[in-house]
Design a binder for this molecule. Structure first.
Ligand code: ADE
Length: 224
């Protein structure tokens, strides 16, 4: 899978792409991450990428030309959906991640400042995604959230032991609580059923814990 990221702040992605699961996905050639600096497509000698908004409200708006040209240049390498991150978008969840994880190419557009010019959203963006009901300074952190969760679903990235099947939201349930050694920590003990080696009982226990937690915290996930 190739993810093309269009941003004014490519440096924000350096540590992120060199660490943990995303670095592993890149190393295993399950993921290719390509950065495009929108400023490289700016116009005029002062490399302007934003301007004052019509209507006179506070904040700056990203100009359409540099974004349009940046997207066009990336599209010459192959067609792909163009996802724009905005609090006005569809709320991201594991089903959306799963659908996009099956694409060969995706373009992620990160806005910054107040917004991007609406014409870009009308003309080139194919999907708008929000990572939650709060406002970030730009789409970069949202893009990293998206890339992290999509890359761990690429074939060969997670080992069998790490399998996504015990993750939260797999089959519409929250994940179950996890425990490791020591058996007793500050007087608190790991449930004995998990230590008796009976895998049928262990699976049942984890399944029940997962259901209880989902019922208590996220009843909205439970389907009739
Ligand atoms: N850009 C600013 N806030 C955002 C959010 N909550 N989700 C996605 N992109 C954003």
């Amino acid at each position: 899978m190739t993810i093309e990221v269009l941003t004014l702040f490519p440096d924000m992605f350096s540590g992120f792409s060199e660490s943990s699961m995303v670095a592993r996905a890149i190393r295993k050639k399950a993921l290719k991450l390509r950065m495009t600096d929108i400023r490289d497509f700016s116009i005029g000698k002062n490399r302007q990428v934003d301007d004052y908004p019509y209507g006179g409200f506070a904040g700056m708006v990203m100009k359409p030309e540099p974004i349009y040209d940046a997207v066009a240049s990336v599209l010459t390498r192959g067609s792909a959906p163009v996802i724009y991150f905005t609090p006005q978008g569809r709320k991201l969840d594991q089903n959306i991640i799963k659908t996009y994880s099956e694409h060969k190419r995706i373009i992620l557009l990160c806005g910054h400042y107040k917004e991007i010019d609406q014409r870009i959203r009308n003309m080139v963006v194919t999907d708008e995604i929000s990572i939650g009901d709060y406002v970030l300074s730009g789409g970069e952190l949202a893009a990293m959230v998206f890339i992290d969760s999509v890359s761990r679903l690429q074939k060969g990235v997670l080992s069998d032991l790490e399998s996504a099947q015990s993750d939260s939201f797999y089959e519409d349930k929250l994940g179950f609580p996890c425990w490791t050694r020591p058996d007793v920590f500050m007087g608190s003990e790991v449930p004995s059923v998990l230590r008796n080696g009976n895998h049928k009982l262990i699976n049942q226990f984890n399944e029940d814990s997962s259901k209880q937690l989902t019922k208590a915290r996220r009843p909205d996930l439970i389907k009739e």
